[in-house]
Design a protein around this ligand. Sequence first.
Ligand SMILES: Cc1ncc(COP(=O)(O)O)c(C=O)c1O
Length: 358
Amino acid sequence: MKSVSFAPPAIGIEEYEAINKVFSSGWLSQGPETDQFEKELAEYIGCKHVIVVNNGTSALICALLSHGIQPGDEVIVPAYTFIATINSVLSIGAKPVLADIDSQTWNTTPELMKKKVTEKTKAIMPVDIAGMAVDIDEFEDFASENNLIMIEDSAESIGGEYKKKKIGSFNHTSIFSFHMAKLITTIEGGCISTNDDEIAQKIRSIRNHGMEGKYHYVNFGLNLRTTDIQSSIGRIQLKKIDQFINHRKKMVQIYRDRLGDRVSYQKIPSYISIHPYMIFSIQVDGNRRDDINTYLNHNQISTRMWPSIYKSPYHNQLFNDEFPNADKVANSLINLPIGNGIKENEINYVCDILLKKL
Ligand SMILES: Cc1ncc(COP(=O)(O)O)c(C=O)c1O
């Protein structure tokens, strides 16, 4: 085996043909392909509006701005997440406040967020870690009881389901990423889903410098638009999403069958009807994690590990508290290769190498 890439995508001839069609159409930037992609996404998710933007981080920024989050407002986010969750809050001058996570599901909970509510708290932004939804009903109740805005950072969970309902179809704003490693890709890309007409209109305006009508600026906004080239890829990818989810489930089953109880896994609560496995992580002894990971990398297996954000050189100036569960998880996880284009023999090779070291 030469090497195993962390997240190989699956791009077929259909995507090439779609790009070619756009190239010869005479319109390359955001236009009719994006309108169509948005309609098809809304239909797939089962929500009223989808607004496509240039990446998932922009989608978070649009969501925060559209809900009127202001400089100085506090937004509660999990202490274990990808950095974009926190940076999006910082980018608009608001204050990210961290909440610890559950050590089994690796997601945060309303109980943990509750401890962080102050009179300045305006919003909560739970994250679906690895693509596995948080307990949405519990979070929606918590948000409404405390008069807080809920934005779900579901960057990793397109295609996922909570109590047999698609992520993104609920009555709060959700965002998704279409980065190369995600369930569907537009290379870089993202979107916001909402059932609220006003929020949707505002996001469309924020995506385009706050414009409504010709050169009439009613909101603060930026250029967060996508291109029709990328949307044409996304439209083809969306047609294949169920096939991609099934492929990932099959690959995860091989991992689990072969690794058994020599490692631990993310706990999947009964309210999860579909885990799309955007990421597949194993949990090992924290004292041996780096050693195991180095061994995988030396054997040409690409992996990822997210550090505890609040300990990173820039962000540690911003946070004082300790988050023991986030630390424990961050120090013991290895994200193994998974992707729409990964092959069965690659998964078996990863297991062969890993089993030698466990
Ligand atoms: C939890 C989470 N939030 C936000 C993002 C940001 O998405 P993007 O990389 O498309 O900007 C990601 C993407 O990796 C993510 O995993």
